[in-house]
Design a protein. Structure first.
Length: 395
């Protein structure tokens, strides 16, 4: 178990908290989805209640090491203030840390909260520069890692600061490690993994690692056509990850060798063009015509996948089942989400598109855990050690 904020006596201490406030903004600079801000609230509230003064830091977008107004965290300070119902001191500085910022932070009283400017305004951030790490570390007594979405990056604000002050995890990181780590290391069985999305190549290592852990592996989304091709089937104009055909063959063989039940779609919803208004036909995987493309899993497949999910005790899901952003091809993703929400399994949704789908469909509160980091959750499921987690000592 990693050390957490509960293992520290915070009275008289300053917490330097790395959050993931990388939120979407519209053209007017208004936040359109504050999910990531809300995810950090329990940790911030805990620290305030325990008498700490709190310095928050995050990145936003890709300013590429230069101060750019459209990537300022000023709107985040405003939203945080609303959500916490307290003033947030925005320590605005294009250099993130300077004498004024240090002075502002030094005057923080117990229970007060400040937010630094976007750490990626400095090119030293992504280079994990020691001097910048030291500058950031000078603003706190204890580093709190709460940014799972960037925990797979060894940057100054996610890893480097821990060279200079003690590190602990926040409540969100604790939850991510508990659920993702539990699924990989000690899952309740049967353990079912569901992989979707377009490219096999993006998820080879995840699938390889999961084949050593799961009882069943369900494949959907665009990557199913690479598996179909590996099986010698016609896929028409469907998306194909050509470089991964041999890999798909090897994964089919590996599943057999490991005695893992590999479930591939039996039927697909095909269209004559990549459009919601296309002509549609539901066809078995052996019947895809040369002039059509698969866009979603079909009704037979939905029943097959649902049955497997309902028998599971642990489910991990990453990636949609079809072109989910088009209503005519969203049913597969929707029905998989519904099955997971209705099952009694521990359910872990691996960030990215799957998390967005579950949220949009109104199933979020029925899931055990929705990961806040798409890329980070994938790397975790690959079995890799994430730099931003590795710096937190064990209890």
């Amino acid at each position: 178990m990693k050390k957490t904020i509960r293992d520290i006596d915070w009275k008289g201490k300053r917490a330097l908290v790395r959050c993931d406030f990388n939120v979407p903004l519209n053209k007017e600079g208004l936040i359109t989805d504050d999910t990531r801000i809300r995810a950090a609230l329990p940790t911030i509230e805990y620290l305030v209640e325990q008498g700490a003064s709190v310095v928050l830091m995050s990145h936003l977008g890709r300013p590429k090491g230069e101060p750019k107004e459209e990537f300022s965290l000023a709107p985040v300070a405003v939203r945080l203030s609303d959500l916490l119902d307290m003033p947030i001191i925005f320590a605005a500085s294009d250099s993130v840390v300077d004498d004024d910022v240090k002075d502002t932070v030094s005057k923080l009283q117990a229970g007060e909260v400040a937010l630094l400017e976007n750490v990626r305004f400095r090119k030293e951030e992504e280079k994990n520069d020691a001097e910048f790490s030291k500058d950031l570390a000078s603003l706190g007594d204890v580093f709190v890692q709460e940014a799972f979405g960037t925990a797979h990056r060894a940057h100054a604000s996610t890893a480097g600061v821990a060279d200079y002050i003690p590190a602990v995890s926040g409540l969100l990181i604790e939850k991510e490690v508990k659920y993702l780590g539990g699924a990989l290391n000690n899952p309740e069985r049967p353990f079912v993994a569901i992989m979707g999305g377009a490219k096999v190549g993006d998820k080879i290592k995840v699938i390889e690692n999961l084949l050593n852990k799961v009882d069943s592996l369900i494949i959907g989304g665009g990557m199913m056509f690479t598996f179909f091709k590996a099986m010698g089937l016609e896929i028409g104009k469907s998306i194909l990850d050509e470089e991964s055909i041999d890999i798909a063959k090897n994964l089919i063989a590996l599943a057999e060798e490991k005695n893992v039940k590999l479930l591939l779609p039996l039927d697909t919803v095909c269209a004559d063009q990549f459009s919601n208004d296309a002509n549609i036909a539901v066809l078995s995987r052996e019947e895809i015509p040369v002039d059509m493309m698969g866009m979603d899993i079909g009704p037979e497949t939905i029943l097959l996948f649902r049955e497997e999910i309902m028998n599971a005790k642990t489910v991990v899901w990453n990636g949609p089942m079809g072109v989910f952003e088009m209503p005519n091809f969203a049913k597969g993703t929707e029905e998989v989400a519904r099955a997971i929400s209705e099952s009694e399994a521990i359910s872990i949704i691996g960030g990215g598109d799957s998390a967005a789908a579950v949220d949009q469909l109104g199933f979020a509160d029925k899931m055990s855990h929705i990961s806040t980091g798409g890329g980070a959750s994938l790397e975790f499921l690959e079995g890799r050690e994430l730099p931003g987690i590795a710096i937190i000592p064990e209890k």
